[in-house]
Design a protein around this ligand. Sequence first.
Ligand code: ZN
Length: 108
Amino acid sequence: MNGPFLLEAKTIAREMNRMLPGCFLLCDVAKVVRSVGRAERELPTDLLARVGGKDAVWFYYEYTQNAKQAFELECQYYHRHFSTLTKRFHPKRPEGKDWTCSVGCGYK
Ligand SMILES: [Zn+2]
């Protein structure tokens, strides 16, 4: 993971120069992880859409080579940061895929 960076459009533009899938963490002002997410195509674009949230002051990001790797990484960070997340829904696999949780929690 790269970060933490302030979740602002100019920071995203400065730090991120590739349109690839990936995973991100959003943190509150105290840098506590409040949400975990992924982008199946363009990580910077998805992060831009999150700018301005109360629990999204800082972010970390990590690129992946494809959408499946992004899902697997999201699962790992989801389980690691579960106790501080504001929404505790397990990462969802895309429609039509049979991917399982990379941590092996039994998510179906
Ligand atoms: Zn899981």
